[in-house]
Design a protein around this ligand. Structure first.
Ligand SMILES: *[C@@H]1O[C@H](CO)[C@@H](O)[C@H](O)[C@H]1NC(C)=O
Ligand SMILES: *[C@@H]1O[C@H](CO)[C@@H](O)[C@H](O)[C@H]1NC(C)=O
Ligand SMILES: [Ca+2]
Ligand SMILES: [Ca+2]
Ligand SMILES: [Zn+2]
Length: 599
């Protein structure tokens, strides 16, 4: 069955008309395509929200509706007649749903219907001012290309069991309905509409199960999205601006989100991967408003210990450590590879070891630390305040400090099989510091331009940061080489040599392969930044317990052989050799030789 009304044409005309009549405030027409993709377990549902969403406003005076001449105003009749005339559709297709009146307007809501059955995603709303003139009209009505039989061929019972098994939840007994869903291809699907809940995960979905094919064709997610006011991980310093990020979690890494371990669900900065707190582990930040909103605006004029600033710190650290969890997870730091999670979802490794992050820990000042016990015991991060400024500054708000600390957990777990015992020599511990700086740097690259990198400039309020030199491809800016180890004995100093080597490796790989914007969440991208992070994580379990610069370099070369068939062999050797770590380097003596095949 094909409907003959030409919605698109009439709506366009309506817009033109509206611009003519309203010289007053007028927002025009808004069109957008919206397909919402949701993955639940193995099921992927692309929910369609009609393409032509019209919204027109008519200023203070408003415009007349077809029944304006009547003495009595009846909101239902006025609404139906207005929508019918506006969209040039048969009155039977306009089903009045509900209305309410407040002190300034009368709001009415209608649904499109076919053969008396509503189309769930085709609705309209009309608002009248106190003079009963139309002041606003919104519509997502559709012009269906085909309509199926309105007699279901699949029973409600069968549809319920399909929805329960595909969406991992239970029918909640809320009365099911029969409604159409407008699909992207223009057809209508007749659907059983069923609410499914899962008390453990907190999921609460409305499933539209095709009453002819049995397929779940549309989903409504009733659970509000989590939002966090944070400094996005790609930003170095606060002046780049906090943002509200909504649902930043990667379901591939955190299948139950950041606030649930599959059994316990919280509305605070505590979840399966991390808990951030002050003082006691129970002293977390609770959502600022229901629906997992964590919006706490840092007040830089107040001490970091002001309530709102503590909340901002716990929120930012929670976001960062979860983001590093999700990012490193998709590159291989999984449950089986000894990562930090309470629930491992049966995927191997030891659980009950989420990272605990103590913000503004009073054990120290002007620093931060990370303890990595064996797999199965929580990693412990402690963030301290910095007293180079007044008011003091909070390390939990400097992203590269938090990522640096978090990376200690990754390198200590991936080297030597999860014991936490294998970066103990001075040289290996030094590389531990270097990897942490290099990963912090990696997270803050925004594009293929290779810029010098400075760590920790916010906490000490100095653009030079807390290391001796910026990491740079320019030896005049950063002169550190393998032979610098001859005179260095402190782990952070040694780390600077390794981080600068890795900065040059990174620059070389991006020079060859370019930059992938989505590398943080997609390890299948092919940019040099993606290649770098793969090799970074892949090399860690390849190197021996307590590696040296030489064995760590060899692990990178092997990691490239394993994953890329040695495609980057010469790029890597050339970069390492450029800072003295060539094939004949030994005993902290530089060598710039590359393998013969690379000359
Ligand atoms: C718990 O957090 C609040 C801020 O939310 C803070 O004022 C208080 O000092 C913390 N308690 C401890 C024991 O640190
Ligand atoms: C590339 O990123 C750098 C910071 O790393 C920034 O200064 C620069 O403006 C960016 N370039 C473009 C084209 O976005
Ligand atoms: Ca673990
Ligand atoms: Ca920084
Ligand atoms: Zn460190």
């Amino acid at each position: 069955m094909k409907l003959s009304y030409n919605f698109f044409k009439s709506v366009l005309l309506a817009v033109v008309f509206a611009t003519v009549v309203s010289a007053a405030p007028f927002t025009g027409s808004l069109k957008h395509t919206s397909t919402q993709r949701r993955s639940i377990g193995n099921l992927v549902v692309e929910s369609f929200h009609p393409e032509l969403v019209t919204h027109i406003t008519f200023g203070v005076e408003g415009i007349a509706h077809p029944l304006s001449a009547r003495d009595e105003f009846d909101v239902k009749d006025a609404t139906v007649s207005f929508v019918q005339s506006r969209l040039n559709v048969h009155p039977d297709t306009v089903g009045f749903r509900t209305s309410f009146e407040n002190d300034v307007a009368h709001h009415a809501f209608v649904k499109q219907q076919v053969n008396g059955i509503p189309i769930a995603n085709a609705v309209a709303n009309v608002a009248f001012n106190k003079a009963n003139q139309v002041v606003s009209f919104g519509s997502s009505f559709v012009n269906p290309t085909s309509v199926p039989s309105i007699t279901p061929s699949i029973s409600l019972e069968d549809a319920i069991s399909t929805a329960e098994s595909q969406l991992s939840g239970k029918f909640n007994e809320h009365p099911a309905t029969l409604e159409f869903v407008a699909k992207k291809d223009g057809s209508l699907a007749l659907t059983h509409v069923i609410q499914i809940q899962n008390d453990e995960t907190g999921a609460w979905l409305e499933a539209f199960v095709d009453a002819h094919s049995g397929e779940v064709v549309q989903l409504t997610d009733f659970v509000a999205k989590a939002s966090y006011l944070v400094l996005p991980i790609t930003k170095e310093i606060l002046t780049e601006g906090f943002e509200v990020l909504t649902d930043p979690q990667n379901p591939a890494a955190s299948p139950d989100g950041w606030h649930s371990d599959g059994t316990t669900t919280t509305t605070a900065t505590a979840g399966n991967n991390v808990v951030t707190f002050k003082g006691a582990q129970t002293n977390t930040t609770s959502e600022s408003s229901t629906g997992l909103n964590f919006v706490f605006t840092q007040d830089a004029s107040q001490a970091p210990t002001a309530e709102v600033n503590i909340d901002a710190a716990r929120t930012n650290a929670f976001y960062l450590v979860n983001t590093v969890h999700d990012m490193s997870y998709v590159y291989g730091f999984t449950e089986a590879a000894f990562n930090f999670q309470n629930n491992n979802f049966g995927k191997g490794g030891a659980g009950n070891d989420r990272v605990t992050v103590s913000v503004q820990d009073t054990a120290g000042l002007d620093n931060a630390d990370f303890a990595t016990p064996p797999d199965g015991q929580s990693g412990r991060m402690r963030m301290f305040l910095w007293d180079h400024t007044n008011p003091r500054r909070d390390g939990a708000l400097e992203n590269d400090i938090v990522v640096h600390e978090n990376t200690h957990g990754i390198t200590n777990r991936l080297t030597g099989g999860g014991t936490g015992r294998c970066l103990q020599t001075t040289e290996a511990g030094g590389m531990g510091e270097g990897w942490s700086d290099a990963n912090a740097e990696w997270t803050e690259h925004k594009n293929a331009t290779i810029v010098d990198f400075v760590l920790g400039q916010y906490v000490i309020n100095d653009p030079a940061g807390i290391r001796s030199h910026p990491y740079s491809t320019d030896p005049a800016v950063n002169p550190l080489r393998y032979s610098s180890l001859q005179t260095l004995s402190e782990v952070h100093d040694i780390g600077e040599v390794w981080a600068n080597l890795l900065h040059n490796v990174y620059a070389a790989l991006v020079g060859v392969h370019g930059f992938s914007d989505t590398a943080h969440t997609d390890p299948t991208t092919t940019g040099g930044n993606t290649v770098f992070l793969h090799l970074f994580l892949d090399a860690l379990p390849l190197q021996p317990c307590n590696p040296t610069f030489l064995t760590a370099r060899n692990a990178w070369i092997q990691a490239d052989a394993n994953r890329f068939g040695g495609a980057n062999f010469c790029t890597l050797w050339t970069a390492f050799a450029s800072r003295g770590l060539g094939v004949n380097a030994a005993n902290h003596q530089d060598d710039s030789t590359v393998p013969a095949s690379c000359t």
